[in-house]
Ligand binder design. Structure first.
Ligand code: GL4
Length: 832
């Protein structure tokens, strides 16, 4: 039989239970090399993943081939982070063979959960920014959009967090240790990436001044491809991650002068480029290795994009019609200078032509306004590491400032703000300005954030280019964050409104009317309770703490950061603890405070807050006088997998950042979609969540972004006065500062108390405290009325349809990328 049809038949046959089972046994024996008796859970995971991968490959090639034949415009999502998490459940669910797989495993005497749990969590990202990229991959594939992810195949993902004596300790996350069954190594897809060296000027064939980058060090970028399975399995896109390889010289050179060991050392050093993810979220470290990582993956990706484009084209004029490149924050912004270099130096385009093409191809998403996150590389570093790029950046800047000067008539302050070079102190390249200037569209990630971009960081640029900034409010994929993470609720929803919501989340609005249906409310509660039991068991396993399933699960899960104000939540916890102790006869609504999140390893304040939460937990959880009415848990090693267990079980969602500081948030969306009520400030996407779920179904408190801005502009406030006027706040702070939670080291929390008092309380924790406590009280009172609470919870789920990342990605596709769905041809015209 013709091999190409054979492969297709195997695919068809084995989507059923028998076929899956047969193919599991075959993979186990012939590829994993074990027999069923000796196989470990990990062996079974690899077996199942490889068998599932088989069911993806034909369709993957169909998809890629269709894009090629149609010469479709592709979108390239360049991101230093892809926080994809586990892929087994995701693939099975999107392929629609979850039940078949479960049954096949059942027949082999295996539990699906055990197999699923053996998969490491791919943590190639820090938090929201990286998870957004992963949600976008799922949405692009599920919408049939020709989208590619490009990033780095870090050998070590985000560190594993453990608590030792209550302190965060970081361990390496070795997700690749036992191999990765999802990826395909592409040793033939290899691009050179250069560093250091110098620039030589010469005359080109027509006598024009030209430049070449010489004497540089070389590293190779090798591709690893992971299929991205769209919902329904029709479209399978590609996530291409680059790994650093030393050039052949290191492998085969002769080292007669005894430099052998040195050469091997060099090889190891150059391969360090893709070794580890920088563990900072929303802070920039300014390390040379980080700059090199950014350039490494950007350069390889651009070379790959141009190679693909040149398969069909001979001139570059059509590049913007065939490729949209989205910069996920400024991390790949050096790509603007790199594309200019490739077009001008390597393909001999005229500068102005190249610039027009570059700008029409790139678009940039800003993800934070925090000053400490705005990348600004020292000019001296770029000059050394990427000498040709520094020249190109100067040239872009000179041309731009010259044009602007004519209009700006002597407004030097404005010109220096618009400049790509920050001249204050050590000269630095402002990557945000470069990204803005080199893109045809620039967007923020929530309505408020986009407004603030226009008013603050990009104010001058916005005046200069008023049509460039646009908003694209973030979203989340309903496949992972409702269908897979919350089977109990998903099944309930599907029985009532069908399964259309999975690929069109706006349909979930059909649940609105069910909020008044007492039977549905009962079932909704039952689903939540099931998830809470699952989480309670997880908490017990992870922390040893027993929590009440009937208590309010009050959840704050996200990176540890002062602006996210875990401290505000801790202060409320302590105040509540005191109230409960003072009034033991009152019938309290039991509360379980659930925290999880990692701190950047060098962020001392965030790590101290972790220790404080653990210290408070120790005191509260062992105080019999609160009768189990209050428990505090801080779950270790928050990651995508943990989120999938925690989020469906939440009653209350803490989104309490200082207004104006959280660009969007996406955990807020996941929690509300899963029927948690939000307690939050009018920050980021909370503003839009309130509009969608309705102001009666959310607990909003605290200062607005405008109020925060005014307060800071007028010289701040005196936290001491606020504290003095609020006895419960004062008492909570006094306990912290006198060592009630740290009897072994009474001064331990001095830096925290200091920051909240004489330090001026930059994040306005004390300023928002009273209002926050009121909102908490309102939530607790509401929880007593389970019918009313459930009604609001249902309305949250029902009204979150707009926050699907399908909607977000479609907006990008229409308004920024101009890309359109392609329907892959699966009829098969052959594989050779
Ligand atoms: C972030 C924002 O902090 C977060 O609000 C937003 O939801 C996310 C995705 O747009 O991007 N920016 C950085 S930096 N890290 C984030 O998580």
């Amino acid at each position: 039989m013709d091999a190409r049809y054979k492969s297709r038949d195997i695919e068809r046959r084995s989507l059923d239970v028998d076929g899956l089972k047969r193919s599991f046994l075959e993979w186990l024996v012939y590829s994993v090399g074990k027999d069923a008796r000796a196989a470990t859970r990990r062996d079974w995971f690899h077996t199942v993943a490889l068998a599932v991968r088989d069911r993806v490959v034909d369709r993957w090639m169909d998809t890629t081939r269709s894009y090629y034949h149609e010469d479709a415009k592709r979108v390239y999502y360049l991101s230093l982070e892809f926080l994809i998490g586990r892929l087994l459940t995701n693939s099975l669910s999107n392929l629609g063979i979850m039940d078949e797989c479960r049954q096949a495993l059942d027949r082999l005497g295996l539990s699906m959960e055990d197999v699923v749990d053996a998969e490491p969590d791919a943590a190639l990202g820090n938090g929201g920014l990286g998870r957004l990229a992963a949600c976008f991959l799922d949405s692009m594939a599920s919408q049939g959009l020709p989208g590619y992810g490009y990033g780095i195949r870090y050998e070590f993902g985000l560190f594993e967090q453990r608590f030792e004596n209550g302190w965060q300790v970081e361990y390496p996350e070795q997700w690749l240790q036992f191999g990765n069954p999802w990826e395909f190594a592409r040793p033939e897809v290899l691009y050179p990436v250069q560093f250091y060296g110098r620039v030589e000027e010469f005359r080109d064939s027509v006598g024009e001044r030209a430049y070449r980058w010489v004497d540089a060090d070389r590293v190779l970028a090798m591709a690893y491809d992971t299929p991205v399975v769209g919902y329904g399995g029709d479209t399978i896109n590609t996530l291409r991650l680059w790994s650093a390889r030393a050039t052949r010289d290191f492998n085969f050179g002769h080292f007669n002068d005894g430099a052998y060991m040195k050469a091997v050392e060099q090889k190891i050093l150059s391969e360090n480029l893709s070794r580890v993810l920088y563990p900072n979220d929303a802070t920039e470290t300014g390390k040379e290795l980080r700059l090199k990582q950014e350039y490494f993956f950007t350069s390889a990706s651009l070379q790959d994009i141009l190679r693909r484009y040149l398969q069909h084209h001979t001139s570059f004029d059509n590049l913007p019609n065939k490729a949209a490149i989205q910069l996920n924050d400024t991390h790949p912004a050096i790509g603007i200078a790199e594309l200019m270099r490739l077009l001008v130096d390597q393909h001999a385009l005229r500068w102005d032509n190249a610039w027009e093409i570059t700008r029409a191809t790139f678009a940039y998403t800003n993800h934070t306004l925090l000053p400490e996150a705005l990348e600004a590389w020292p000019v001296r570093m770029i000059e050394r590491v990427l000498p040709r790029h520094m020249q190109i950046i100067y040239e872009i800047n000179a041309k731009f400032l010259n044009r602007t000067k004519a209009k700006a008539a002597g407004d030097n302050a404005r010109l220096s703000r618009l400049s790509l070079i920050d001249e204050r102190g050590e000269r630095r390249v402002r990557m945000g300005n470069l990204a803005f200037l080199g893109s045809h569209k620039v967007n923020g990630v929530s309505a408020l954030h986009t407004d603030l971009m226009k008013q603050t960081v990009f104010n001058d640029f916005h005046e200069e280019f008023p049509d460039r900034i646009n908003n694209k409010t973030n979203g989340i994929t309903p496949r992972r964050w409702l269908k897979q993470a919350n089977p109990a609720l998903s099944e309930l929803i599907t029985t009532r409104i069908g399964q259309g919501w999975i690929s069109d989340l706006s349909q979930i609005s059909a649940l609105r009317e069910k909020a008044d249906d007492v039977v549905f409310r009962e079932e909704f509660r039952r689903a939540k309770r099931k998830n809470k039991k699952r989480l309670a068991a997880y908490i017990a396993r992870q922390t040893g703490e027993e929590v009440l399933v009937d208590s309010i699960f009050d959840v704050q899960v996200k990176r540890m950061h002062e602006y996210k104000r875990q401290l505000l939540n801790v202060l409320h916890t302590i105040a509540l603890y005191n109230e409960m102790r003072d009034n033991p006869t009152v019938s309290w609504v039991p509360v379980t405070k659930i925290f999880a999140g990692k701190a950047a390893p060098s962020y001392h304040m965030a790590k101290l807050i972790i220790k404080l939460i653990n210290d408070v937990a120790k005191v509260v959880n062992h105080d019999p006088s609160v009768h189990d009415n209050l428990k505090v848990v801080l779950l270790p090693n928050y990651n995508v997998t943990a989120a999938e267990i925690i989020i469906p079980a939440a009653d209350l969602s803490e989104q309490i950042s200082t207004a104006g500081m959280e660009a969007s948030g996406t955990g807020n969306m996941k929690l509300a979609l899963n029927g948690a009520l939000t307690i939050g400030t009018l920050d980021g996407a909370n503003v839009e969540i309130r509009e969608h779920v309705g102001p009666d179904n959310i607990f909003i408190f605290g200062m607005t972004a405008d109020e925060v801005n005014d307060l800071r502009a007028t010289g701040g406030f005196n936290p001491r006065e606020v504290i003095a006027s609020n006895p419960s706040l004062k008492r909570a702070l006094d306990m912290i500062s006198t060592g009630a939670f740290s009897p072994d080291d009474r001064n331990r929390y001095h830096p925290i108390v200091q920051a909240l008092t004489d330090g001026g309380d930059h994040f306005l924790v004390t300023a928002d405290f009273a209002d926050y406590c009121q909102a908490q009280d309102a939530a607790m009172q509401l929880y007593r009325d389970q019918e009313e609470w459930t009604r609001k919870a249902i309305l949250n789920t029902a009204n979150m349809g707009w926050f699907s990342s399908d909607r977000t990605v479609n907006e990008y596709a229409e308004e920024v990328w101009d890309v359109h769905p392609v329907h892959p041809n699966h009829e098969g015209e052959g594989y050779r």
